[in-house]
Write a protein that binds this ligand. Structure first.
Ligand code: ATP
Ligand code: MG
Length: 232
């Protein structure tokens, strides 16, 4: 379980202060599928970055089970991130001179308990693209490679910042179906940032942000299947 208590984040650029997160209180349960919505600049990426230790908080406490993340040294936080967290971004960030298999291997090498790369390739529907290079793949296929790479180290939580931001509806739904399967079959905690309000229907919990605050928390008693999401 991840818990944020009274988290604030202020960015200082010269004389300008931007309060990117204000009074954030939030609990993310193990195995939850969480979607974060909100307009541009509302603090979604900042929230994800402070939870995952990519950025520091200005005040407040973040805990993961019994570990107080906000008390860890940068080295300890890096180790925590390596052992527990996976990331998927809008940009696929694949290494162009490595094959699909080798790109996924990079993720696996980070872990003492990696998943089988061939099995992951099956799961993301790219077994036949194993020896291709990223430039030989479509955008949707590249994003599925980056999903496989982030999963290879077998993280317990996967953070996704606009994972479908560069994809059309069909490819977006394939990526979302993958996330859904990870959550349902493997019990991974999934946190997805998106501008697409339709994606909220597949979550257990939907967090709406505005101007650095959580303005709405909604629990869905029933989750919609990724393939049935209304695309708007
Ligand atoms: N490194 C930084 N330095 C200064 N200000 C920043 C920094 N990162 C973000 N901000 C500011 O903090 C606020 C929240 O930014 P954030 O990136 O979290 O928004 P977002 O909700 O992810 O937006 P988008 O949907 O456009 O990605 C914005 O006003 C932004 O300009
Ligand atoms: Mg963002």
């Amino acid at each position: 379980m991840i818990r944020l208590e009274n988290v604030h984040k202020v960015y200082k650029t010269g004389d300008v202060e931007t309060a990117a997160l204000k009074e954030i209180n939030l609990t993310i349960q193990d195995g939850a599928f969480v979607v974060i919505l909100g307009p541009s600049g509302s603090g979604k990426s900042t929230l994800l970055n402070v939870i995952s230790g990519l950025d520091t908080v200005t005040s407040g406490v973040i805990t993961f089970d019994s570990t107080v993340l906000t008390d860890l040294t940068p080295e300890q936080m890096t180790a925590f991130r390596r052992d527990h967290l996976g990331f998927i971004f809008q940009q696929y960030n694949l290494l162009q001179n490595l094959t699909v298999y080798e790109n996924i291997q990079i993720g696996a090498d980070l872990s003492s308990k990696p998943l089988s790369i061939d099995e992951l390739l099956e799961q993301v529907g790219l077994a036949s693209a194993r020896d291709k290079y990223p430039y030989q793949l479509s955008g949707g296929e590249q994003q599925r490679v980056s999903v496989a790479r982030s999963l290879a180290k077998n993280p317990s939580i996967v953070f996704c910042d606009e994972p479908t931001g560069s994809l059309d509806e069909d490819n977006s739904k394939r990526v979302l179906e993958l996330l859904e399967r990870l959550n349902e079959k493997y019990g991974k905690t999934i946190v997805v940032i998106t501008h697409n309000t339709g994606i909220g229907a597949m979550a257990d919990d939907v967090i709406k942000m505005n101007s650095g605050r959580i303005v709405e928390l909604k629990h869905n008693p029933v989750r919609q299947a990724a393939r049935d999401i209304h695309w708007g």
